[in-house]
Write a protein that binds this ligand. Structure first.
Ligand code: SF4
Length: 345
């Protein structure tokens, strides 16, 4: 995001055990969109600038918006994002301007980064005694009945919501949480989910739990390639090749706008024309490092063998407990291309 506000909480297990919010990390200049043909566009992670309390957020936000209003690019739309303004001004000047516009300074960033990205699938006890929530897996965010695959997702979701009236959340992984379910209703809710084939945390490969793809064709006019419609085919191919157990964040988008955060995934595919993708590796599991292009011209039919080859190399060469993103980052794309026999262009 141009501006990101991350709530920092005390751990539920440890600290005072309350899980209460102790402040907000204020990040500026994030944005994953770029253009394949414009070298002065690029994905960028937000820079943590301040750590503030709730009543400081508004004056800080107002100052940042005014800086973008007065210093943001107005002629070239591709450069009209806060990330480019921040890079052009530099962090020191940006902080000076914040001080000038807000009439005060703010405490520096805490440096606290996300430590996990749970998918919330399956059943979990809530803080409130006797209440449960269940995370339901929605492949790439598409809610529809798929009789041929044994899912009646739309009908099932409608039925369970009408019958049990849970509160509803949508997760950053495109999944759905039904919350506030009473202990006495748990079995009945699960029976209803089973009746319509709604998957929770069972019966889905680890690889598929972590996948995400944007809508792309035929829904998005900006799409350069397929995404959501072909991701299940890639998943199936990788599962058949024996990689269903891989705990790897794999995301795909039909263009570089990054709606499914393909630039921060451990494996990313970004559309670059019909049936052609850029393959990226080396992102950090928690999304705190951008990935880098490994191969700029991957044809549709090459995707599964290429990624399968990479996952096999990772399993053979990783250090103990080393995640795919960290391994591929450590190896570097030159070395990986050599191992795969690809030129990358
Ligand atoms: S990332 Fe996907 S949904 Fe977003 S603009 Fe590109 S094709 Fe469309």
């Amino acid at each position: 995001q141009d501006v990101g506000i991350l709530a920092v909480t005390l751990p539920r297990h440890g600290g005072d055990g309350s899980g209460r919010i102790i402040g907000y990390e204020f990040l500026v200049g994030g944005g994953l969109g770029f253009s394949h043909t414009k070298e002065n566009t690029y994905p960028r992670l937000g820079t943590p600038l301040y750590f503030v309390q709730r009543d400081e957020i508004w004056p800080l936000l107002e100052a940042v918006i005014k800086i973008q209003r007065d210093y943001g690019e107005r002629n070239d739309r591709k450069q009209a994002r806060l990330k480019y303004t921040l890079d052009r001004l530099g962090e020191t000047r940006f902080r000076e301007l914040v001080r000038e516009y807000a009439g005060r300074d703010f405490p520096p960033a805490s440096g606290i980064a996300p430590v996990a990205q749970p998918d919330y699938l399956g059943w979990h006890a809530q803080q409130q005694p006797g209440k449960w929530y269940v995370g339901i897996w929605v492949e790439n965010g598409r809610i529809r009945d798929m009789e041929d695959k044994g899912f009646r997702f739309k009908t099932g979701l409608k039925t369970v919501i009408e019958r049990f009236r849970p509160s509803i959340r949508i997760t950053p992984h495109h999944n759905i949480i039904l919350a506030g379910i009473a202990e006495r209703d748990r079995d009945a809710v699960q029976a209803c989910l089973d009746q319509f084939g709604l998957p929770t945390d069972k019966g889905i490969s680890t690889l598929r739990r972590m996948e995400m793809a944007c809508p792309a064709l035929p829904l998005c006019p900006l799409a350069q390639s397929e995404s959501e419609r072909v991701m299940p085919e890639f998943m199936r191919g990788l599962e058949e090749a024996g990689h269903g157990d891989a705990e790897v964040v794999f995301r795909m988008t039909g263009c570089p706008n990054g709606c499914a955060r393909s630039s921060t995934s451990e494996i990313g595919l970004i559309g670059k024309g019909p049936g052609r993708y850029v393959l990226l590796v080396g992102g950090e599991y928690n999304g705190t490092r951008l990935n880098v292009p490994l191969d700029e011209k991957v044809r549709h039919e090459e995707v599964v063998p290429l990624i399968s080859g990479l996952l096999t190399l990772w399993k053979e060469h990783r250090q103990d407990g080393e995640r795919f993103g960290d391994w591929s980052w450590r190896m570097g794309v030159e070395k990986l291309r050599e191992m795969l026999g690809r030129t990358g262009k």
